[in-house]
Design a protein around this ligand. Structure first.
Ligand SMILES: [Zn+2]
Ligand SMILES: [Zn+2]
Length: 281
């Protein structure tokens, strides 16, 4: 499997590949700018070079950038729409400068509009930022379904993908915690098979480019996005084991976004190792 985690960029983006390598990761995810701020200073040339060098040197692949949490591509407000579009363009630009493979984002939520309208806004807004020239693949991440978020069902994700002009530049990042919180069974062997079959028939495995491997503090169908350390939440060892031992997913980057971050990956990795080869769905 291709295991990785979300990595801090403290001290500069160029330090991330080495930091990821310390955990024995094959892949990793970063924010290319402060995820809670709209503006960002341009990336210094040395950091870009250092990052690219590190990725090659430490043999990392499937590099993922997570877009800012502030971006809501589903917004109905003209002002927020402009902000989101401008910020998304910067995200694509930075991902391409860094040579990242994927730019993952949360599709957004309906603010002052219906779910249907929000989905249409996501499509429209993505179509105005994506281009033939972009190198990174934009990944729509499925949502836990809190509030009026869109992308909580595979159908909604498929609908957004279907509306895109440059479909070959888009894919899906499946977050295990969000999938479970949205109500899909990924724990019982039959439930897991059924959920993955649904994914396959509605979206298609070919579009699955990344997995966010997280346990969940809250229960199935809670619609709450609360990550937990691997094996310590309501998805537990059985649920996480289903993903780790699914041979169809062996080539897909699995990125942990567990609450302790780099302070917890050591333990998370031990748990994952202990699950490998375990009989599961
Ligand atoms: Zn995630
Ligand atoms: Zn989450």
């Amino acid at each position: 499997m291709k295991l990785g985690g979300h990595i801090s960029t403290a001290g500069g983006i160029h330090l991330a590949p080495e930091r990821a390598s310390r955990f024995g990761f094959q892949t990793f995810q970063i924010f290319s700018k402060n995820q809670m701020q709209w503006n960002a200073k341009p990336l210094p040339e040395e950091e870009i070079e250092g990052f690219r060098h590190g990725v090659t040197h430490y043999n990392m692949c499937g590099i993922m950038i997570h877009a800012s949490y502030l971006l809501n591509m589903g917004t109905a407000s003209a002002e927020l729409r402009k902000k989101a579009i401008d910020a998304f363009l910067v995200e694509i630009q930075r991902a391409d400068l860094l040579g990242a493979d994927y730019l993952t984002f949360h599709p957004g939520s309906a603010s002052g509009s219906s779910q249907k309208e929000a989905i249409n806004s996501v499509i429209q807004n993505l179509n105005s930022v994506m281009s033939e020239d972009q190198k990174c693949i934009v990944l729509l991440e499925n949502a836990a379904g809190q509030g009026s978020t869109v992308g909580r069902t595979f159908e909604e994700i498929a609908e957004m993908m279907d509306g895109l002009q440059f479909r070959e530049k888009a894919g899906v990042c499946l977050d295990t915690c969000h999938t479970w919180a949205a109500g899909y069974d990924i724990v019982s062997p039959e439930g897991y098979m059924e959920t993955m079959d649904k994914f396959s028939s509605i979206i298609g495995f070919g579009k699955l480019k990344g997995i966010h491997l997280n346990d969940s503090k809250k229960g199935r169908g809670s619609h709450l996005d609360r990550h937990e350390q691997i094996g310590q939440g309501t998805i537990g060892l059985t649920g996480i084991g289903n993903f780790i031992n699914d041979r169809r997913l062996a080539h897909i980057p699995m990125i942990m976004e567990t609450p302790l971050g780099e302070n917890g990956y050591g333990t998370d990795i031990e748990v994952i190792k202990s699950l490998k080869g375990m009989k599961s769905a």
